[in-house]
Each structure stands twice: as structure tokens, then as C-alpha cells.
Design a protein around this ligand. Structure first.
Ligand code: HEM
Length: 473
């Protein structure tokens, strides 16, 4: 739930009157406000800064103080930026690097050049698609525990669907990757840590926008230290306990990090291991948690899709718990997740800094420019999607539907820096929705106003109060 009284909004109002469900989105400017107003809006919510024209554009650029800001919003220019020009455009923006550095150090998500290439080789195989089948039984056990926990709460119980999904995905990542139970207390610690972190970071690095050098110290509120400490303490314990487990002959996937050696036979430093563990934890739990929370919200407002989902689950599974093999036979469940990722991409802005002069669509891009692919805009670009603001999972199934190519739908990014956990995340989301929606319906608590807010990730605010109802089929 969000308190966004000062932010203009229009999506939710339209939604309540329409026959098709149009979920909420922030106000879109007809005439752009001055740059300082935009910066103020962006500090609170990155989704509130866009004008109607931004959604339809192909390639736009604006000068903000001393930086050229370029937005790629069609498949051809996205391909050029993230695939063809990867070498020059692989560096994350100073905003992203400075926002995440206190937590992730030089971890994969924000590193580039040699460090990135070296770490990607170590981290990607740990979470690769080929391992997901082996992880699935642990995912399923963990989701079944959540199902039992919900069943014990009884009809009409109120839950915070956002926190519940975050606990679930944090527990899954911990059990699959780090080989141990996170436990209720630790899961809550980590989830709260990430929530607090997002609340306190300053994403608008004005010093960089003014073109001031990297080495100049950035002001970071003291408030940021506490959540970082909270998360680091849990990660430290996880790594310690891995080492103890190994002595008892019980290896886990995190062993890949601890046992990795570079070309010269040197292990990763303790700091590098902690950074990569933080990356896997952050990238691996919050994105999937937000996707699931949004899926519950969307389904609670769209009876047609909810019934279609239940029908698929009942027909294909006939009351039994799904296994990994069933995932391929649940196309509508998958389409609900895909449509959720289109409307509310958990990483709504993919930003890069040009490391040298280059071009995109014949437009010169000077060194230091910020180049953005904004899934929030491109996934709602009316040139690429019909009725772009409507929740309609069927668009991913209907062969006649207009579907853009892989550079036009990028919830997992695209090119060499594509999400290393794509298969993991999709399988986890499909299994979670299938197992829980088999038995429960969630309803949005009455009177709650849900608005999407993006700081690091796109969330339905800081919580999502819903009530839990066992299905009576
Ligand atoms: C629905 C779920 C997920 C979504 C939407 C998602 C999205 C993304 C996106 C957009 C990026 C790239 C950001 C950029 O280009 O700036 C990314 C990177 C990454 N993701 Fe995911 N992710 C998800 C789940 C996961 C999971 C479950 C894991 C781990 C188990 C994971 C691990 C990573 C890693 C390690 C990177 C960094 C890759 C690199 O920089 O080379 N993600 N993710």
C-alpha cells in the first residue's frame, strides 16, 4: 500500500469503470514539468516522470545538466544498444552503481569489463537453467510449507502479500543456492533489510548528472548502514555454516563460489564471495517476490483471468501438487506471470553509461552519455502492444495477437547482461502461483489504494494487504 497523495495518478480511476481491467499507473504528463520538478518526482517514484510521448517514442534524447540521456524504446534500437554495442555500453549508470555499491560491493550486478566477465563465469553456472530441474523439489517443498502456513490462518485472514512472497522467495533462494534453511527470523531480517535499503538510498546522483568525477565522495545517509549490516550479518552466517556443513560432507551450490579459481588458480577473496552472495540474494528474491505480489493483485481484480487460471490448474493437476514436469503444461499460468512482468517489470529501468563515443540508430552518442532501455515504457508502447494498459494474459497465448520480438519485451534485460537467473525465476514464479492458487484466492483488502512505486525495483508500495480465502471448488 502506498501513500502517494502528492503524486498525480489516473490509472486506478479508469480501471474501476472499465469492463477490462486497467491496473493503476501514475499520471502521464502532457506537458513536461521543469527539470527540478522531475528530479523531485524521480526521487520518490521513477514511474512518475514520464510524458505521454515517452511511451510512443523510438529513440529520444535529452540533455540533463551535463549529461546526454538517451532512451531506446523500440526493438531495433534496444538491440543496437544492448547487443551490438555491448562492449561500449556494458557499464551500469553511476546512479545504479552508487545506489547499490554499499550492499553489493563490486558484485556482478554492478561490475563491468574484466571483473564482470570473470564473475559472470563463476556465478552464471551456479544458477543456470540446466540446474533448475534439480532445484525444483526444494522450491516445491518450500511453497508447500507456505500453503500449509496459509491453511492454518483460516478463511478471511489478513496477510501482507508482498512480505509473504518476499519471505517465500528468500527462503527458496537460501535453500537452493546456499543449502540451508533461512528460517522465519532470518528471512524476516533479510526482507526487512532490503525494504529499508530501498527506502533510504538516494538514486538520483546529482553529482554524476552535473558531470563531477567518480572519486568525489557521495553523501550516504547513516540510515543506509543499518540495513546493510543486517543483511551482511545473515550472509556471513550462511557462508560460515556452509563451511561447517562441508566438513560434515554436505556440499551446497554456494560451494561453487568458495571453490572457484581464476586462470592463475587463485580463489575469490572473502569480500568477492560476500558481494556475489549478496547479488544472488538480492537479484534472486526480490524480483520474483514483486512479480508474485503483483500477480495476486492483478488476479484479485480480474475474475475472468482468475477463473481461467483455476480451470487450468484443476484440469491439468486434478488436485495433485505440480512437479517440474508440469510447468510446461501450464501455459495460462505462465502467461499470467508474463503479463505481470510486462505491466509491472520488477526492474523497470535498465541503464548504461557509454564508456566511449558510439552511435545508436545513426545518432552519435558521446562518451559519458546515459543510455536507457525502460521496460516500463516499452512494455506499454502502443506501437508494439494493443491495449497496452489492459491486463490480458491471453495476449501471450493468442497466435493472432501482436507480439514484439525479444528486444521489445525485456523484463529480464537482453544481450550479454541478460538475467542469469531467468529460468530459475520463471520456474519459481509459475510453481508458486500454481501451488498456492490451487487452494487459495486472495482479495485486496477493502479501501486499500495500490499504486506502483519504483526505486530500485518496482513494487506495490511497501506492503500489499490482502485477505486469504480457501477455494471451495
Ligand atoms: C522474475 C524474476 C526476475 C526478474 C524480472 C529479473 C530481472 C533481471 C534483470 C532485468 C537483470 C539485468 C539488469 C540490467 O540489465 O541492468 C537481472 C540481472 C541478474 N539477475 Fe535477475 N531477475 C529475476 C530473477 C532472478 C533470479 C531468481 C536470480 C538468481 C537465482 C537472478 C539473478 C540475476 C543476476 C546474477 C543478475 C546479474 C547479471 C549480470 O549483470 O551479468 N535473477 N535480472
Amino acid at each position: 500500500m502506498t501513500v502517494t497523495a502528492e503524486l498525480p495518478k489516473n490509472g486506478a480511476r479508469e480501471a474501476s469503470q472499465a469492463t477490462e481491467f486497467v491496473p493503476p499507473y501514475p499520471f502521464r504528463h502532457e506537458k513536461m514539468p521543469p527539470v527540478w520538478t522531475l528530479i523531485g518526482l524521480a526521487k520518490r517514484n521513477f514511474l512518475a516522470i514520464w510524458g505521454i510521448d515517452d511511451f510512443q517514442s523510438r529513440l529520444r534524447s535529452k540533455k540533463i545538466f551535463n549529461r546526454e540521456l538517451v532512451i531506446c524504446n523500440r526493438p531495433d534500437v534496444v538491440r543496437e544498444a544492448f547487443q551490438t554495442n555491448h562492449e561500449v555500453l556494458q557499464r551500469k549508470t553511476p546512479q545504479m552503481r552508487h545506489a547499490l555499491e554499499p550492499l553489493l560491493g563490486d558484485g556482478l550486478f554492478i561490475s563491468d569489463t574484466e571483473t564482470w566477465a570473470k564473475r559472470r563465469k563463476v556465478v552464471a553456472p551456479i544458477i543456470h537453467g540446466s540446474r533448475v530441474k534439480g532445484f525444483a523439489p526444494i522450491m516445491i517443498d518450500t511453497i508447500e510449507e507456505k500453503r500449509a502456513e496459509w491453511a492454518a490462518l483460516g478463511d478471511g485472514a489478513e496477510i501482507d502479500a508482498l512480505a509473504d512472497m518476499a519471505h517465500l522467495t528468500a527462503e527458496i533462494i537460501c535453500r537452493t543456492i546456499f543449502g540451508r534453511n533461512l528460517g522465519k527470523n532470518h528471512a524476516a531480517e533479510v526482507v526487512q533489510g532490503f525494504t529499508d535499503y530501498q527506502r533510504h538510498i538516494d538514486q538520483i546522483d546529482l553529482l554524476s548528472l552535473f558531470g563531477l568525477p567518480e572519486w568525489l565522495p557521495r553523501f550516504r545517509g547513516r540510515a543506509i548502514k543499518k540495513p546493510v549490516q543486517r543483511i551482511m550479518t545473515v550472509l556471513d552466517q550462511i557462508i560460515e555454516s556452509y563451511q561447517a556443513q562441508k566438513e560434515q560432507g554436505e556440499a551446497s551450490v554456494i560451494g561453487g563460489l568458495l571453490e572457484a579459481r581464476d586462470e592463475n588458480g587463485a580463489p575469490l577473496s572473502r569480500n568477492a564471495i560476500i558481494s556475489e552472495a549478496a547479488v544472488i540474494f538480492m537479484a534472486g528474491h526480490e524480483t520474483t517476490a514483486n512479480t508474485l505480489a503483483w500477480a495476486w493483485f492483478l488476479l484479485s481484480n480480474c475474475t475472468k483471468s482468475r477463473l481461467k487460471l483455476q480451470q487450468e490448474l484443476d484440469t491439468v493437476l486434478n488436485g495433485r501438487t505440480p512437479t517440474f514436469k508440469d510447468v510446461a503444461d501450464l501455459p495460462f499460468t505462465k502467461a499470467v506471470i508474463e503479463e505481470t512482468l510486462r505491466l509491472y517489470p520488477p526492474v523497470p529501468i535498465l541503464g548504461r553509461e557509454a564508456m566511449a563515443d558510439t552511435t545508436i540508430g545513426n545518432k552519435p552518442i558521446p562518451k559519458g552519455s546515459l543510455v536507457m532501455v525502460v521496460p516500463w515504457l516499452m512494455h506499454r508502447n502502443p506501437v508494439l502492444w494493443s491495449k497496452p494498459d489492459v491486463f490480458d494474459p491471453g495476449r501471450f497465448l493468442d497466435p493472432k495477437s501482436k507480439k514484439p520480438n525479444k528486444y521489445g519485451y525485456v523484463p529480464f534485460s537482453i544481450g550479454p547482461r541478460i538475467c542469469a537467473g531467468l529460468q530459475f525465476g520463471m520456474t519459481e514464479a509459475i510453481l508458486s502461483l500454481a501451488i498456492l492458487a490451487q487452494q487459495f484466492e486472495l482479495k485486496l483488502k477493502e479501501g486499500v489504494d495500490v499504486q506502483p512505486v519504483a526505486r530500485l525495483t518496482l513494487r506495490p508500495g511497501e506492503n500489499l494487504p490482502m485477505t486469504l480465502h480457501p477455494r471451495r471448488s
